[in-house]
Design a protein around this ligand. Structure first.
Ligand SMILES: *Cc1c(COP(=O)(O)O)cnc(C)c1O
Length: 862
């Protein structure tokens, strides 16, 4: 089944109204037997082992081999001599899990006892990457595992390669959540990450004749050793129905009478801190049919119909929506969002609700951080729990609720701001819609009081809007409810306050803050780049892994010739490792001592992969028209990696163009091997870990004012690639930190972009006035890359020439100049190495540990 088949089938099932699917069903009453919720043994244990604390197996080669063989034999049920690589991988992963488990149990026990305030990180996506390598690093078992596997006749590298990464995110936003939970565990800060255990993660990208074809990501199919279900902690989630009022003594109250429900089954994933004995929890929810569905089977006597109903419930967590930054407003998506936050809020309250605990103290126990607007429906959900279930006064509940949430915004694109039609919300979550209206009414009354006779202002701040359709603006709801609102880089936070939410930042200036994103140095430097890591450790000792500011001490080494040589050798080793991988993984043959120029990120117009391809086509055009002698240019290998959302037509046409240009350029003898293009399919975290350490040049070329932060840019700089970039997102901060001399800046600034937009951007004028640009576009339009077919790239070309919101042509000349500066700089390898080392030394700021410190001081403990 292809990915689009899968999505279509899901949508068909979802489109049937829930009432139709579950006609005649009463809401289920899930009352598990008391036995399930009893803690502890039935009588006092007598065996000394049963009384002892949980301990990890001995951290020795013998201890490891013993655990491994036991897992293989009794867990996996095979003898070593008959085991497959997958058997071996699963047994190895479970062995490592054994070592983590005692620490996880100890962390959760400690948390229960100290009642320290926790972060509840709510994110619809976690792009975790492979787990085994990170778990071995965190437990410092790498060497032991390697020796233990060798002693069993196995190769650790091969076993690690067997792991399928959990692709439970689209790109930067999901990867950020994964970096954050890693940092919190490493800093021993209590955190529980909440999210969705999608059965199918981000689709697997393949290319057929240069075009993207999506395949479902069946990451669970070979077994998944890292997640373990806790069915006894399952939570019921209601949907649909209506609300009614009733009298409770002398107060009138509202209750929700839902029409259907599902069960949320939690899977725990361990989040180990780096060599600190701490293991936090990531809890991902999976939807299951409740007993109501079994009843339906029994009552209806229509087995097929009943199974369809069951499928309906379980569809909720079936698949991750593959849109990055353009929400589609689909009902199933809203179901997913409510499903996971309802489970998570309930779960957290269940955990803290011991005898004597007063829910009024909830803000002292947790801050729920909203990773974008996806989890914002948690706000009315907590209000509903407090007002309807606990029978609190509205104001009392609001006071607690607004101290429990903080909101992170991730975008500036208007089309990325989530909006839910009132009709849809009212049908799926009627009580929540009422609560949202009430929040809005109370808020607008406050605004009108503070700004009397300014109805325009009140309307501009209304959570519910009438245009173009009656709908709820989730970013506004999050801003009204959150105690803090943050952007994800300095420039982004500025623009967020000034342009996206100006009325709110004027109303509550102290609510708005910035936390610049970061990446975990464990995965993206220590694990991904062992050679550079060793060099750094040789120079500074091991402390940098948890204190990345210490990279500053590398600064003098930029002047050290031996260090520079070793640095270049590490880069070269990384390139060879990458080329070997691409040969094996994609059949891509790369060769030569080239500048490795890398652009990897989601395919989106605003990120401007088109600008990069125009530069390549321009180089090629000058070679074939003999205006440039290929033997005089700096040999360059350009690597792309990018998935396009399946429904994003233009993005897919751009992928097609890149692949066709690559085919042509790579096989044209006139190029003399001085320019190569590689586009390995299915860019993901695993590939990123191999690509980024090998790169010389990092392409961060979005239109200024469009990329909220970027985190790929940080990973590259930390691995000693130089950036060619616009003044956008965190590029601005990278450039400030590394210095203009160590950064290839180009393009319009955000105010210049705004001015050009206001005066009317006319791409044709750039085309007409720049012969080099014209020649490149004409070459694409001539059919030179499409076997003479002049229409093949019409959508891309006409967009660039007539519509392009992201003004690629306006920055072309400046980009080409900056690329010329790159070539000149690369010609002097010693100078280049200095610049690259300074990039590493000066970007310790971009550790996600620092981001966590900023969240703590500006938001969670503010
Ligand atoms: C870091 C990362 C991203 C984000 O890249 P940007 O260049 O910031 O958009 C996306 N996908 C993967 C797999 C990543 O590792």
């Amino acid at each position: 089944m292809t990915f689009s088949h899968l999505l279509r089938e899901l949508v068909t099932v979802t489109r049937m109204s829930s009432d139709q699917v579950l006609a005649g069903q009463a809401p289920a009453d899930e009352t598990p037997s008391t036995e399930i919720h009893r803690y502890g043994p039935m009588t006092t244990p007598t065996h000394p082992l049963a009384l002892a604390p949980v301990t990890a197996p001995p951290a020795t080669v013998d201890g490891f081999v013993k655990e491994f063989l036991r897992e293989l034999n009794t867990g996996q049920g095979v003898a070593l001599s008959r085991s497959t690589v997958n058997d071996q991988y699963l047994a190895l992963a479970r062995t490592v899990r054994h070592y983590l488990m005692a620490r996880w149990l100890e962390t959760t026990r400690h948390q229960r006892e100290t009642k320290e305030k926790a972060v509840g990180y709510l994110s619809a996506e976690y792009l975790l990457g492979r787990q085994l390598g990170n778990a071995l690093l965190a437990t410092d078992l790498g060497e032991i595992a390697e020796k233990a596997m060798a002693a069993c006749g196995l190769d650790l590298v091969t076993l690690r390669a067997q792991e399928v990464e959990p692709g439970l995110g689209n790109g930067g936003l999901g990867r950020l959540a994964a970096c954050f939970v890693d940092s919190l565990a490493t800093m021993s800060i209590p955190c529980i990450g909440y999210g969705i255990r999608y059965e199918y993660g981000i689709f697997k990208q393949t290319f057929v004749d240069g075009r993207q074809v999506e395949q479902p990501d069946t990451w669970l199919s070979l077994g998944e050793p890292w997640g373990f279900p806790h069915p006894e902690a399952a939570v019921q989630v209601d949907f649909g129905g209506y609300t009614e009022t009733y009298r409770d003594g002398d107060v009138e109250r509202t209750r929700w009478v839902p029409s259907w429900n599902v069960l949320g089954l939690p899977y725990n994933y361990m989040v180990p801190g780096y060599q600190n004995g701490r293991v936090n929890t990531l809890r991902l929810w999976s939807a299951q049919a409740t007993k109501a569905f079994d009843l339906a089977i029994f009552n209806a006597g229509d087995y097929a119909e009943a199974v369809r109903a069951q499928t309906f419930a379980e569809n909720i967590t079936k698949v991750l929506y593959p849109e990055d930054s353009t929400p589609q407003g689909k009902e199933l998506r809203l179901q997913q969002q409510y499903f996971f936050v309802a489970c998570s809020i309930r779960d957290f309250i269940n955990q803290v609700m011991e005898p004597g605990f007063d829910l009024h103290d909830l803000p002292e126990r947790v801050t729920f951080q909203l990773n974008d607007t996806h989890p914002v429906i948690a706000v009315p959900e907590l209000m509903r729990i407090l007002v309807d279930e606990h029978k609190w006064e509205w104001d009392e509940a609001w006071d607690v609720t607004k101290r429990c949430f903080a909101y992170t915004c991730h975008t500036l694109l208007p089309e990325a701001l989530e909006v839910w039609p009132v009709d849809l919300l009212g049908r799926l979550l009627p009580r929540h819609l009422e609560i949202i209206y009430q929040i809005n009414d109370a808020f607008l009354a406050e605004v009108r009081e503070r700004f009397p006779n300014d109805e325009l202002r009140a309307r501009s701040m209304s959570i519910v809007t009438d245009y173009p359709d009656r709908s709820v603006r989730m970013a506004y709801l999050a801003t009204v409810a959150g105690m803090k609102v943050n952007g994800v880089a300095a420039l982004h936070s500025q623009l967020l306050a000034d342009k996206v939410l100006p009325a709110f930042s004027e109303y509550w200036p102290e609510k708005f803050t910035n936390v610049t994103n970061g990446v975990t140095p464990r995965r993206f430097l220590r694990l991904a780049n062992p050679w550079l890591s060793q060099l750094i450790t040789d120079a500074l000792g091991v402390g940098w892994v948890t204190d990345l500011d210490r990279l500053a001490e590398l600064e003098p080494y930029a002047q050290d010739e031996d260090f520079r040589k070793a640095f270049r050798e590490a880069k070269q080793t990384n390139k060879e490792r990458l080329y070997a991988l691409l040969r094996a993984r994609d059949g891509i043959e790369l060769s030569g001592d080239h500048l490795l120029d890398v652009m990897v990120k989601r395919l989106h117009e605003y990120k401007r992969q088109t600008l990069k391809i125009l530069h390549i086509v321009s180089l090629y055009e000058q070679i074939i028209h003999e205006r440039v002698d290929p033997t005089t240019i700096t040999p360059r290998t350009v690597v792309f990696g990018a998935k396009a959302a399946p429904g994003y037509r233009l993005a897919k046409e751009i992928i097609y163009l890149i692949n066709k240009v690559g085919e042509t350029v790579n096989t044209d003898p006139r190029v003399a091997g001085r320019l190569q293009i590689a586009f390995p399919a299915n860019y993901n975290v695993t590939l990123a870990e191999k690509l980024i350490p090998a790169a010389d040049l990092s392409e961060q070329i979005s239109l200024a004012g469009m990329e909220a932060s970027g985190t790929g840019n940080m990973k590259f700089a930390l691995n000693g690639a130089l950036t060619i970039g616009t003044d956008d997102g965190a590029n601005v901060e990278i450039r400030q930190l590394v210095g203009d001399d160590n950064f290839f800046g180009f393009g319009m600034t955000e105010p210049e972009v705004a001015a050009l937009g206001a005066s009317g951007y006319q791409p044709g004028s750039y085309y007409e006035s720049n012969p080099q640009l014209k020649a490149a576009i004409d070459l694409i339009a001539s059919g030179a890359f499409s076997g003479g077919d002049r229409n093949a790239f019409e959508p891309v070309v006409s967009n660039l020439l007539y519509h392009d919101r992201f003004m690629a042509l306006a920055d072309f000349a400046s980009y080409v100049d900056a690329q010329a500066a790159v070539e000149a700089a690369y010609a002097d390898q010693e100078a280049w190495s200095k610049m690259a080392i300074l990039n590493v030394a000066r970007t310790g700021f971009f550790s996600s540990d620092r981001s966590m410190r900023d969240y703590l001081s500006r938001i969670w403990r503010a």
